[in-house]
Design a protein. Structure first.
Length: 103
């Protein structure tokens, strides 16, 4: 759907698809990074003991919760972009059928 309506509104579905794909790639990158950090911190705490280790473990737990929220937000953006693509595509197809362009 690349043409503009009377108000100048248009949607570039190819670009929206590219953005959705890039967001999916970002999610994969985030998952990889987060898994690596969790693994390294777990290995660190196999041997590290004491008050500093306890404080670090709590700080890491808090950080991981924040990182999970960021990941959830990025996933919500990906899902919204994918949903928008689907909705715009369906509306464009419906308009074509209604106005005789898709018989």
């Amino acid at each position: 759907m690349s043409g503009a309506d009377a108000r100048g509104y248009r949607v570039d579905l190819d670009h929206l698809d590219q953005v959705t794909t890039k967001i999916g790639g970002l999610l994969g990158f985030l998952d990889e990074c987060l898994a690596g950090i969790v693994s390294r911190v777990a290995a660190l705490h196999q041997e590290w003991r004491g008050a500093a280790a306890t404080k670090h473990a709590q700080a890491h737990k808090d950080w991981a919760a924040g990182a999970a929220e960021v990941r959830e937000g990025v996933e919500a953006m990906r899902a919204a972009a994918a949903n928008a693509h689907t909705q715009y595509t369906e509306v464009a197809q419906l308009n074509l059928r209604m106005f005789g362009g898709g018989r």
